[in-house]
Design a protein around this ligand. Structure first.
Ligand code: URP
Ligand code: ZN
Ligand code: ZN
Length: 471
C-alpha cells in the first residue's frame, strides 16, 4: 500500500516547506517538491500542515490507582490519542508492590493483547518496591525488553511512593544500564502530614488537594532528585513540572548542562487552582497531582517552554469517570482518585493557545509534542520526524478547522474533559501510523491492532525503522 500526501506544508522541529511525501511499506520513501509518482491513495494536503505524529510519553491506561482503575484501556485510550494527532504513546507499566518486574511487564503486555491499540505503544517500568518483589538485578534486565526508562514516585505515601534509598538505587542501576530515570517529584512525607492535619481540622473539599501540596514541596523534591541523579551519574527526566519552584531547579540543571530535563502538561498551562473550588463537587474533576497551581505559574511555564528549560509537553492522561470514580472522594479529598483526562486535546490546546496566540512557534510545538519526546525515549528518528526512512507516522492538520472540546464527542471512556467547552481553531484531518490511515475526516478507519508494541533504544541512542533491540 502506498500513499502520496500532496502539497502540504511540511513542518518538523526544524523545517517548514511545501512538499509531497510518498509513503511505501509503512515508511517515508521519498520527499520532493512535486512528486510525479503513482500511489494507491492520494491525500490532498494543500493548505494543511503535515507534521510528524505526536508522541505522548506519559499515560496511565487501565492502571490500578487510588482504589480504582483508570477508565481507558489500550483501545479506547489509543483511539482517543489518535483523534488528537498522537501516533505513539509510552505508558507506565506499574509494578504492584511485591510483584517482580517480569510479572509487571507480563501484566502490561496482557493489557495490549486483550485491548489492542490503534497507535504504537511502548512501556516505562514504574518501580514501587525493591524489597519483596523487584530486585536491582532484575531491574537491570528490563531495558533488554525494549523498556528503557525507570519511573519512581517520590509521593503517594503508603501507595506507590519510594524512599530516597530506593530512588538512589534505581538511579545507580540506570547509570549502568543506560535507562532514563523519570521522577514524580513531590515531598510525599511532608504532604502526608499536611493532608492528615487538614482532614483532622475538618477540611474535606477538593481545594484542599492543592492546599496540602504547596509548590515548595514540589520544588524541594525536584532539586533533591536532580542532585541525587548527579551523584548516581544517571540521566533524569522530571515529569509534570507544575510551578516556578520546580522549574527553577530544572532550569539551573539545564544552564549547568547537567543531565536533567523536565516536562509539563496542558493542565498546568491552562487550568489554575480556582478550578478545584467549583461547586457541587465539580472541583473533583481537577484533582490531579501535582495540583493545579495559582495562575501566575502559567507564565513561568510558557517562558520555560520557550527557552528550553522545559523540554516536552506530555498529557499525564490518567482518566477517571467523575460519576462513580472521582466521587469516591466526595466526603474526603484525599480519597479522590488522582488524575486528569487529556490524551485527545494536547495538540488542540497547544496549537490554538500556543501557536495561534503567539506563545510558541509551530516548529517548537512539533518539537515539544513529537521530536523531543521521541529523542528522550529512544524512538528517534523512527518516530518524531518527517524524513526518508522514518516510520510514516503523520498528521495532516487543518489549521483553520473550528473545533469544540467536549465529553460528548471525545473518544475517552471518561464522562468529562478538563477543557470542556473550549473552542479552538485547528484539528487533525488525517492521521497515519506506519502508513496506515487511522483517523480520516473525523472517522476511525482502522481496527484495534493497527498499533504495535515498540521496543525502544537506550537513552541517547537512536532507533531506526526495522531495528530491534538485542534481547
Ligand atoms: O494525578 C496524577 N498525575 N495521576 C497519575 C499518576 C501520576 O502522578 O502521574
Ligand atoms: Zn505523577
Ligand atoms: Zn502520571
Amino acid at each position: 500500500m502506498s500513499t502520496l500526501i500532496k502539497g502540504g506544508r511540511v513542518v518538523t522541529a526544524s523545517d517548514d516547506y511545501i512538499g509531497d511525501i510518498l509513503v511505501e511499506s509503512g515508511t517515508i520513501s521519498l520527499i520532493g517538491a512535486s512528486l510525479d509518482t503513482a500511489a494507491d491513495k492520494v491525500v490532498d494536503a494543500a493548505g494543511k500542515y503535515v507534521m510528524p505524529g505526536a508522541v505522548d510519553p506519559h499515560t496511565h491506561l487501565e492502571m490500578p490507582f487510588g482504589g480504582t482503575v483508570t477508565c481507558d484501556d489500550f483501545t479506547s485510550g489509543t483511539v482517543s490519542a489518535a483523534f488528537g494527532g498522537t501516533t505513539t504513546l509510552v505508558d507506565f507499566c506499574l509494578q504492584i508492590p511485591g510483584e517482580s518486574f517480569a510479572q509487571a511487564l507480563e501484566n502490561w503486555h496482557e493489557k495490549i493483547d486483550r485491548c489492542k491499540p490503534v497507535i504504537d505503544v511502548g512501556f516505562h517500568i514504574a518501580i514501587t518496591d525493591l524489597n519483596k518483589g523487584g530486585t536491582l538485578e532484575d531491574l537491570a534486565k528490563v531495558p533488554a525488553e525494549g523498556v528503557t526508562s525507570y519511573k519512581v514516585f517520590m509521593a503517594y505515601k503508603g501507595a506507590v511512593m519510594v524512599d530516597d534509598e530506593t530512588l538512589f538505587q534505581v538511579m545507580r542501576t540506570a547509570a549502568e544500564t543506560g535507562a532514563l530515570v523519570m521522577v514524580h517529584a513531590e515531598n510525599g512525607d511532608a504532604i502526608d502530614i499536611l493532608v492528615k492535619d487538614a482532614l483532622a481540622a475538618g477540611h474535606t473539599e477538593p481545594i484542599w488537594h492543592a492546599r496540602t501540596r504547596p509548590p515548595i514541596t514540589e520544588g524541594e523534591a525536584t532539586n533533591r532528585a536532580i542532585q541525587l541523579a548527579r551523584v548516581a551519574g544517571a540521566p533524569l527526566y522530571v515529569v509534570h513540572v507544575s510551578c516556578k519552584e520546580a522549574i527553577d531547579p530544572v532550569a539551573r540543571a539545564r544552564e549547568a548542562d547537567w543531565d536533567a530535563w523536565g516536562e509539563t502538561c496542558p493542565q498546568y498551562l491552562f487550568i489554575d487552582e480556582t478550578a478545584l473550588e467549583q461547586p457541587n463537587f465539580e472541583g473533583g474533576k481537577y484533582v490531579y497531582t501535582p495540583p493545579p497551581r495559582p495562575k501566575e505559574h502559567q507564565d513561568h511555564l510558557w517562558q520555560a517552554l520557550r527557552s528550553d528549560m522545559l523540554s516536552v509537553v506530555s498529557t499525564d492522561h490518567c482518566p477517571f469517570r467523575w460519576q462513580g470514580q472521582k466521587t469516591l472522594g466526595q466526603d474526603d479529598f484525599s480519597k479522590i482518585p488522582n488524575g486528569g483526562v487529556g490524551i485527545e486535546n494536547r495538540l488542540h490546546m497547544l496549537h490554538h493557545f500556543g501557536v495561534r496566540e503567539g506563545r510558541i512557534s509551530l516548529n517548537r510545538m512539533v518539537e515539544l509534542v513529537s521530536t523531543a519526546p521521541a529523542k528522550f525515549f529512544g524512538l528517534y528518528p523512527k518516530k518524531g520526524t518527517i524524513a526518508v526512512g522514518a516510520d510514516a507516522d503523520i498528521v495532516v492538520w487543518d489549521p483553520e478547522k473550528p473545533f469544540t472540546i467536549s465529553a460528548q464527542t471525545h473518544h475517552s471512556n471518561s464522562d468529562y474533559t478538563l477543557f470542556e467547552g473550549t473552542e479552538v481553531v485547528g484539528a487533525p484531518e488525517v492521521v497515519l501510523v506506519r502508513g496506515q490511515t487511522i483517523v480520516e475526516y473525523g472517522e476511525l478507519v482502522a481496527e484495534p491492532g493497527a498499533g504495535e508494541f515498540v521496543r525502544r533504544a537506550a537513552f541517547g541512542e537512536t532507533l531506526t525503522a526495522g531495528q530491534t533491540i538485542e534481547a
